[in-house]
Design a protein around this ligand. Structure first.
Ligand code: DGY
Length: 323
């Protein structure tokens, strides 16, 4: 009998056909439609899930899924999954690292350029008949500015390479590493020193208990009043209330956010009216090529796990010992 898989995102026909060669697939609605009650109702006889980073897998969900062997996330992040609970239930959790690093790094540099050159404000001036007028016309050079990268994994390093090409100096803070070889131009700093020194601060950490609200009132106060914050990681890494205060009070000069604490933001969320902030809708990995590569990798992970092997991109290979 073929394993049964739940598809929490609707794959294109060729990918669906590939899955169906080895599995009985339960098609989903739209991406994002899965809530916890949906999962509790759907998982009682399911062996694998092709998931995404907004589907919540907690201990209660795993307890309701006795046959489940793999959650294959379409995304590098996996903060939607209680990995310890997955491991206890013998469920492998897989993700899609690597294939999206360039796309996220490209967007990060795009946001840095947009902040430095007032791209969003000046675009508005054109539409308002104010061509060439106003203080926003004059931006800042990136050459010679310092970029502080918090989290120096694959994406942080891809950002450093690009910033180097723009003539920026770069430094990084990372809880796991203080001297990655091949990146000698990017100096290690403590988090505090990085925040004090940098003209731009860019976040590239996973959301964990250690990094939740890493950027809050205390850390924002360390930044220069002329500095900018860029977040293409997870909204929960920034205390958004503290950020709105910092933007209103001029503690920092501005921010660009691809991710928010709540996505999409609630109507009337203070971040929507905060000054000097650029907001984009979690598009870090959203290019046609990258999204396809992520899907192919997520499906590889799903099928390898259902064949009884441990996919390379497994977050908790120790779960097999519990299966
Ligand atoms: C990821 O891969 O984690 C991105 O945020 C897309 O969801």
């Amino acid at each position: 009998m073929k394993p049964k898989v739940l598809l929490a995102l609707p794959p294109p026909a060729d990918v669906l056909a590939r899955i169906q060669r080895e599995c009985d697939a339960i098609p989903s609605g739209q991406r994002g439609a899965f809530t916890k009650p949906d999962l509790l109702a759907a998982l009682s006889d399911v062996d694998g899930v092709l998931s995404h980073t907004r589907v919540p897998f907690d201990a209660e969900v795993f307890a309701a899924a006795p046959q489940l062997r793999v959650v294959s996330n379409f995304g590098v992040g996996y903060d939607n999954v209680d990995v310890a609970a997955a491991t206890r239930h013998g469920v492998l959790v897989c993700n899609t690292p690597g294939v999206l690093s360039d796309a996220v790094a490209d967007l990060t540099l795009g946001l840095i350029v947009a902040l430095a050159r007032n791209v969003v404000q000046t675009e508005r001036l054109v539409r308002e008949g104010q061509w060439g007028r106003g203080a926003a016309m004059l931006g800042l050079d990136l050459k010679g500015k310092q970029l502080g990268i918090i989290g120096f994994g694959r994406i942080g390093r891809a950002v450093a390479k690009r910033a180097e090409a723009f003539g920026m100096s770069t430094c990084f803070a990372d809880q796991f590493s203080d001297a990655p070889s091949g990146y000698e131009y990017c100096a290690y700093r403590s988090l505090e020193d990085l925040l004090r020194e940098s003209d731009f601060v860019s976040l590239h950490v996973n959301l964990t208990a250690d990094t939740a609200k890493l950027i809050g009132a205390r850390t924002l106060a360390l930044m220069k009043p002329t500095a900018f914050l860029v977040n293409t990681s997870r909204g929960g890494v920034v205390d958004q209330v503290a950020l709105v205060d910092a933007l209103r009070e001029g503690t920092i000069a501005g921010a660009a956010l691809d991710v928010l604490e709540r996505e999409p933001p609630a109507e009337g969320d203070a971040i929507l009216d905060a000054p000097n902030v650029i907001l984009v809708p979690h598009i870090g990995s959203a290019t046609k090529e990258t999204r396809r590569a992520m899907l192919d990798l997520a499906v590889d992970n799903l099928l390898v796990a259902l064949r009884g092997d441990i996919p390379e991109c497994t977050v908790n290979p120790e779960a097999v010992a519990r299966a």
